[in-house]
Design a protein around this ligand. Structure first.
Ligand SMILES: NC(=O)c1ccc[n+]([C@@H]2O[C@H](COP(=O)([O-])OP(=O)(O)OC[C@H]3O[C@@H](n4cnc5c(N)ncnc54)[C@H](OP(=O)(O)O)[C@@H]3O)[C@@H](O)[C@H]2O)c1
Ligand SMILES: *[C@@H]1O[C@H](CO)[C@@H](O)[C@H](O)[C@H]1NC(C)=O
Ligand SMILES: CC(=O)N[C@H]1CO[C@H](CO)[C@@H](O)[C@@H]1O
Length: 384
């Protein structure tokens, strides 16, 4: 770096998994409102599970990435990607990119897959000095040993990892808990509706206006038709997604950091999948058989209604007692989980010492490509 020249950060991004959100991310990245900021990002590569397309540093040529990726015969190879990302950190590659400007390269891997295999590579990437940003919950909500490896690799090289969009998509949930903890507030309890799918299902099923209404299985079926559920709704009703999110949040609270040795499997989780339906792999069959249990759900709804309450599937982290659970609970009609919740919203209440009797609440759409990509892009901006 010659003295007197200007030094700028250049965030070099490789995206693995270019589906809805991955595509949306590249689009948002290309249309950042500030031109100065736009110049500080470079897409190095885009990968599907089959192939990868690489771009030259300094080219802003990735607008036709769909065609480029389809035409590319470069096989996806995570090791090769890590090598390439770290090699660029040597200044020569970016020398001469812009007259009078030296670049300090910040390599970032964006994992937009739901792949466990990719998640298990984070320690490798971090140990090579590659930062990681991801909406993929797998790595942070699995066994503690993997989380420890990720943290250790990050400490060793100084490479950072961000995970804001793993919980509540673009909603500021992780950053809120981290700020509360880092500034010395005492978090006593976090409680929320963390699954957009289960939010929709119970907002429809138990609206507090009457003690009866459409059957549980019919609402699950409609949710599936609208594309709100996994192909097999059992994958939503089993509560595992909520347990994963609770794991990620708990690990942000120092006293709970080591509480869940097996990650989401250590969370006490109420499954709404009837025991006899475990292992039913066909989504259609699952819905058909679920209707045999409608009366049980009807009873839960009418019992709650008699007490002026509604049913919500929530996640609760009670810090003092160390209780972490995903459960079906009833809430009074006047509670924010009833009065201000609609559609497939997420809502999270942070009970802390400073917020006293009026908890901090974050609420809004907790899924969707545009808001999830925003969460990922927001994490990328943290590197500048
Ligand atoms: N959508 C949302 O609102 C939202 C919100 C928060 C978090 N998330 C998270 O976003 C992630 C994606 O969700 P999804 O259910 O749509 O996942 P998915 O169906 O597995 O899709 C992920 C994409 O990644 C690619 N992929 C998978 N394995 C790969 C590998 N080993 N190497 C390279 N590419 C690979 C697939 O591309 P191919 O076509 O090449 O197979 C696919 O396009 C999940 O982790 C989810 O939890 C989503
Ligand atoms: C999520 O990322 C933050 C850094 O932004 C990190 O401190 C935290 O430990 C991560 N959470 C998990 C569960 O990995
Ligand atoms: C969070 C995220 O980026 N998820 C997207 C990754 O890509 C798949 C498609 O392959 C989308 O469906 C996800 O929404």
């Amino acid at each position: 770096m010659s003295s007197g020249s200007q030094v700028q950060h250049l965030v070099v991004v490789s995206v693995i998994g270019v589906g809805l959100v991955g595509s949306e991310l590249v689009d948002q990245l290309s249309h950042l409102p500030s031109p100065g900021l736009r110049d500080q990002f470079q897409v190095l590569s885009l990968s599907s599970s089959r192939s990868t397309v690489y771009y030259n540093i300094g080219s802003h040529q990735w607008q036709n990435w769909r065609n480029d990726l389809a035409a590319s015969d470069v096989k996806s190879d995570a090791q090769a990607l890590a090598t390439k990302l770290t090699q660029i950190s040597t200044v020569e590659e970016v020398a001469g990119l812009r007259e009078g400007v030296s670049f300090s390269v910040i390599p970032v891997l964006v994992d937009n897959t739901s792949s466990e295999d990719v998640a298990r590579l984070y320690p490798y990437f971090l140990s090579k000095g590659v930062n990681v940003v991801t909406p993929n919950k797998k790595a942070f909500s699995s066994e503690l040993a993997l989380y420890d490896e990720i943290v250790a690799a990050s400490l060793k090289t100084g490479a950072r990892f961000y995970n804001e969009s793993t919980v509540g998509a673009g909603l500021p949930i992780i950053s809120t808990i981290k700020d509360l903890v880092a500034t010395g507030d005492k978090v006593s309890k976090i409680e929320g509706v963390f699954s957009g799918t289960l939010s929709y299902i119970f907002n429809e099923f138990s609206d507090g206006k009457s003690g009866n209404g459409p059957s549980f299985s019919s609402i699950v079926s409609i949710a599936r038709q609208k594309g709100y559920t996994e192909p097999n709704p059992a994958d939503d009703l089993n509560g595992a997604d909520v347990a994963r999110k609770l794991t990620i949040l708990s690990r942000c609270i120092p006293s709970l950091r080591d509480k869940l040795p097996h990650g989401y499997k250590s969370v006490s989780t109420k499954s709404l999948v009837p025991a006899a339906l475990h292992g039913e792999s066909s989504g259609d069959e699952f819905i058909r058989k679920l209707s045999e249990y409608d009366q049980e759900f009807d009873k839960l709804r009418s019992d709650a209604f008699k007490e002026n309450k509604v049913l919500r599937f929530v996640g609760v982290i009670d810090v003092a007692s160390g209780t972490i659970k995903a459960d079906l609970e009833s809430y009074p009609n006047t509670h924010p989980f009833v009065t201000s919740l609609g559609g497939s919203d997420n809502i999270v209440m942070f009970h802390t010492e400073r917020y006293g009797a009026r908890p901090l609440i974050v609420q809004g759409a907790g899924a969707g490509a545009a808001v999830t990509a925003m969460g990922v892009l927001g994490d990328l901006l943290r590197f500048l």
